[in-house]
Design a protein around this ligand. Structure first.
Ligand SMILES: Cc1cc2nc3c(=O)[nH]c(=O)nc-3n(C[C@H](O)[C@H](O)[C@H](O)COP(=O)(O)OP(=O)(O)OC[C@H]3O[C@@H](n4cnc5c(N)ncnc54)[C@H](O)[C@@H]3O)c2cc1C
Length: 674
């Protein structure tokens, strides 16, 4: 983000400010199993959490052991804690939760995920919103001074209903810890425990991974615990012990750039102190300003010296006074009087990545169906990729890794999916991280190249640069992640039926009106982090669920056919939407559609009383040009079925009548339940 100013000026990119579409609040359902008082976010404890609360010592056996309470580990823990039938523990070498510091940028895509965990609104309230970015450069007349050279909108209009926000990483952790405490498993981290090593014995089918953990608090110093796990996930950061245990290596550019970062309370006459701002001085380096939550705090990233090969930043003896002095020089002629430093750090980081994110031997990878080749140990987040701070992706990408892995582990552990599904974690996440790194490298080079018409030697064509600028915004917003066709991502044969729901990309939410209570809301916000698949049936023209309706025919197939995934893949006795959550969206206004004419599957009876779920059907929001069919280019004549994975990525787009193709898609990786 540092060097955008000159290129932006050349291109004359100036956009208007428009607030993100309103996020219409949390969508919650409760009282299904009987009336309950109190906070509905606190879920009923599971039987085991009620009868034997989490003990201080680690159990001998556990389904999943997570190592590390950073953003990657906590996302996975919060996801798995939602399943009462899965035993999960998360260990952390620190003695308690993170208090301050580290990353602070939360991308739009990450906010969409937080919505599924139920805390996006609270985070939005507390966070700083990045609406605009300004650029400062040396004053042509007096190069020792800086002047403002540009001002742009931060996030492209319509990219997400959520803003790009800034909040202390520690607060993000707090929200996850609360979600874990309130989950059926009442999961809390086991602090002051350091992972020593991990061993996999593939001859054991039940708990093949053995983990040694050292206790490091004063009372238990020197004690060791041994845990046997079905799966271990190393979210233990850039110096991951799990990564070393499975013989994987980070490869790529060495960490040869030192960065200083400080969170400060300061008095200044610099006018853009409450805007994200990139300042490029003539000869004193660069500063990136990130205003922080609360209205007063501000973060300054100060680019320090390049490190020579094998030089570590620690050897430079950089102090906070050096950082302040460097920032003051860059700010000239403006003053910066630092009153308090809340946190500061100097760190070095390179663009490095592992070839694979699991413990599968390279020769076994060719036979994914063989039990011996199933992954048992995974790595996620900084343990398997590190990025330059310019990409601002460390925390965001790490959380998306484990959101991708969590539902897959849960499906396999619960006997819903074949273990081969687990191969897709490394395949999908390693590929997109590599793309991000390649992109970031090219982007950085374009910044330093001269803008010239048609490109040419050492130059960059402004048109190509403009294209890259837009793409870069999408990368950093997290919306550019695109998974390739696989068992769980269909081909593009029917993509034309809904061009705005790109197969392999995240489901891009849009406004709708709920039929039963006329509530305007975001369709994507019905998706909870609950491991369920979503099927969105978009009705074609004239389809109001009557006799010849394609939506009705789909419902009848799903309710009655022996090939129906709902019937084959949902356990007897469970609610009909416990694995597949079918929703329908109709084109007419909600006032012109009859609830009483809907097929029974769209008004399912659930829970111990057989209560009716009235929240399955929506209509286009016809106010203010917000029609979802137009916004997402859904074929109005035919309609279509959009299948969305538990991690909110579009898995397939099919014609509403393609019943067999729907059945075949799920038969490819899921297991019949009876
Ligand atoms: C000091 C520091 C400053 C940073 N500053 C910035 C910044 O200013 N801006 C920015 O964008 N990004 C910053 N980052 C990067 C960003 O915080 C990471 O990209 C992000 O946190 C990655 O999340 P993660 O969960 O993969 O790993 P981490 O957040 O590193 O979490 C790993 C966790 O595992 C624990 N752990 C490690 N080894 C073991 C073990 N053997 N046993 C048990 N627990 C273990 C660690 O204590 C840690 O809590 C910083 C990172 C660090 C470490």
């Amino acid at each position: 983000m540092f060097f955008q100013q000159s290129a932006l000026l050349v291109l004359g990119i100036h956009t208007t400010i428009e607030q993100p579409e309103q996020a219409w609040g949390k969508v919650m359902q409760f009282h299904l199993e009987g009336f309950k008082t109190g906070d509905p976010m606190v879920l009923d404890p599971s039987e085991s959490a009620r009868t034997c609360p989490q003990a201080d010592s680690l159990p001998e056996q556990v389904d999943v052991l997570i190592v590390g309470c950073g953003p990657a580990g906590l996302t996975l823990a919060a996801q798995l804690a939602a399943f009462p039938d899965i035993s999960t523990r998360i260990i952390e070498q620190k003695d308690g939760p993170l208090q301050l510091g580290q990353a602070d940028g939360v991308a739009c895509r990450t906010m969409e995920m937080f919505e599924a965990f139920g805390f996006s609104e609270r985070l939005m309230k507390e966070a700083y919103w990045v609406n605009e970015v300004t650029f400062w450069k040396p004053d042509g007349a007096q190069p020792d001074n800086i002047v403002r050279s540009g001002r742009v909108q931060d996030t492209e209009d319509g990219l997400s209903e959520f803003p790009h926000v800034i909040l202390n990483q520690a607060r993000v952790h707090d929200f996850y810890l609360e979600a874990m405490r309130n989950s059926p498993n009442r999961l809390v981290p086991d602090y002051s425990r350091s992972l020593l090593d991990v061993e996999v014995d593939r001859s054991r089918a039940d708990y093949p991974v053995t983990v040694r953990v050292g206790r490091i608090d004063a009372q238990h110093q020197g004690q060791e615990e041994v845990v046997r796990a079905r799966y271990v996930v190393g979210c233990d950061g850039a110096r991951s012990v799990v990564r070393k245990s499975i013989g994987r290596q980070l490869r790529g550019d060495s960490a040869n750039q030192a960065w200083g970062v400080m969170d400060i309370l300061a008095v200044t006459d610099f006018p853009d102190i409450r805007l994200k701002a990139a300042i490029h001085s003539a000869s004193d380096g660069n500063v990136l300003i990130i205003p922080r939550e609360g209205g007063y705090l501000v973060r300054l990233y100060v680019e320090m010296d390049k490190l020579s090969d094998n030089e570590r930043v620690a050897s430079k003896n950089i102090t906070v006074d050096h950082l302040i002095a460097a920032a003051q020089r860059v700010f000239h002629p403006y003053t910066l009087d630092v009153k308090e430093v809340a946190w500061w750090s100097v760190y070095e980081i390179g663009q490095r990545i592992c070839d694979h994110y699991d413990d599968v031997a390279d020769d076994a990878r060719a036979s994914p169906g063989v039990l011996d080749s199933q992954p048992r140990v995974f790595i996620a987040g900084d343990a398997c990729h590190t990025h330059s701070p310019k990409a601002g992706q460390g925390m965001n990408f790490s959380m998306q890794d484990t959101f991708n892995l969590g539902w897959k582990l849960a499906s396999v552990l619960r006997g819903q999916a074949k273990p081969e599904l687990l191969h897709s974690y490394s395949q999908e996440r390693q590929t997109v991280a590599q793309e991000l790194i390649d992109f970031d490298r090219k982007w950085a080079k374009m910044f330093s190249d001269r803008p010239t018409e048609g490109g040419g030697e050492g130059g960059v064509d402004p048109k190509e640069f403009e294209h890259y600028f837009v793409k870069q915004g999408r990368f950093t917003a997290g919306t550019e992640t695109h998974y390739q066709p696989s068992l769980i991502c269909g081909d593009r044969r029917h993509q034309h039926l809904a061009e705005g729901f790109t197969i392999g990309k995240r489901f891009h939410s849009a406004p709708v009106v709920r039929l039963a209570d006329a509530r305007p809301m975001q369709l994507g916000h019905i998706a909870r982090a609950d491991g369920r698949w979503r099927m969105y049936a978009f009705a074609g023209a004239g389809d109001s669920a009557g006799t010849h309706s394609a939506v009705r025919a789909l419902c009848e197939f799903l309710s009655d056919s022996p090939d129906s995934p709902l019937k084959r893949l949902t356990q007897q006795g469970q609610d009909i939407d416990s694995v597949f959550d079918l929703r329908a969206i109709f084109q007419p206004s909600h006032r012109d559609l009859s609830l009483e004419a809907l097929p029974a599957l769209l008004l399912p009876r659930k829970g111990r009383y057989g209560l009716t779920d009235y929240e399955k059907v929506f209509c286009a929001n016809l106010k203010n040009g917000q029609d979802i069919f137009d916004l997402r280019s859904v074929d109005r004549t035919q309609g279509c079925l959009v299948i969305v994975r538990p991690d909110q990525y579009v898995a397939q787009v099919l014609p509403l009548e393609a019943h067999q193709a729907l059945a075949d898609f799920f038969a490819g990786f899921m297991l019949p339940q009876h």
